[in-house]
Design a protein. Structure first.
Length: 150
């Protein structure tokens, strides 16, 4: 994971509509940058819907939410439409940004070891500095915990 107090690496990824977004586009705003394993899975849906529910309060605090996974643009579009998500989902199928942010890690499930995204949330301030880095977050509690940190 990246260190608190360091500059967040800039990146450019397509959103659920195929529009390119760069982290630097959000200078002057706080950014909740969360990495999640997979669209339309139980935990990821709870997390995304939690952020959606709290999004007006997050915006009141001058922040935006960006969700990142390795799912395709089309998958993100279906996920966003199905659950009415009001924030941006970014697609990183080659997991370049996922790896740069240190969230592509070895995981274990039912005795199997594999590489995957560790559910992680970064808070980035208006100047692009990481103010919080939380790894292995609980999907259901993460949105509320993040709002409290803002």
């Amino acid at each position: 994971m990246l260190e608190v107090g360091t500059k967040a690496p800039d990146f450019t990824l397509p959103d659920q509509d195929g529009v390119e977004h760069s982290l630097s586009d959000y200078r002057g705003k706080k950014v909740v940058l969360y990495f999640y394993p997979k669209d339309n899975t139980a935990g990821c849906t709870k997390q995304a819907c939690g952020f959606a529910e709290l999004y007006p309060q997050i915006q009141e605090k001058g922040a935006v939410v960006l969700g990142v996974s390795k799912d395709s643009v089309a998958s993100h579009k279906r996920f966003q439409e199905k659950f009415g998500l009001p924030f941006t989902l970014l697609s990183d199928p080659d997991h370049e940004v996922i790896e740069e942010y240190g969230v592509w890690q070895e995981k274990k499930n039912y005795g199997k070891t594999y590489m995957g995204i560790v559910r992680t949330t970064y808070l980035i301030d208006e100047d692009g500095i990481i103010t919080s880095a939380k790894g292995k977050v609980k999907a259901a509690a993460n949105p509320e915990d993040t709002l409290e940190l803002l």
